[in-house]
Design a protein around this ligand. Sequence first.
Ligand SMILES: [Zn+2]
Length: 85
Amino acid sequence: MPTYDYECQECHHQLEAFHAMSADPLKDCPECGKPALKRQIGTGAGLLFKGSGFYQTDYRSDSYKKSAAADASKPASSSKKETKS
Ligand SMILES: [Zn+2]
């Protein structure tokens, strides 16, 4: 299970928490009791990468779909010619 660093935006109390990626992030600060916890980018970097990676994958799959559709609309032999010239 990944470790997450949290910092309270109210009292700046810092803590580490273990929980599953699918679990909801912590909100309530154990120090001041306010729902001001914010997950820090550090050990959670993998999660951030996952976020930006999702965008890239989405973008790529969209253009892939378009090129795949273009390829499908013409015979394989003509697309070979186009790549050569
Ligand atoms: Zn706090």
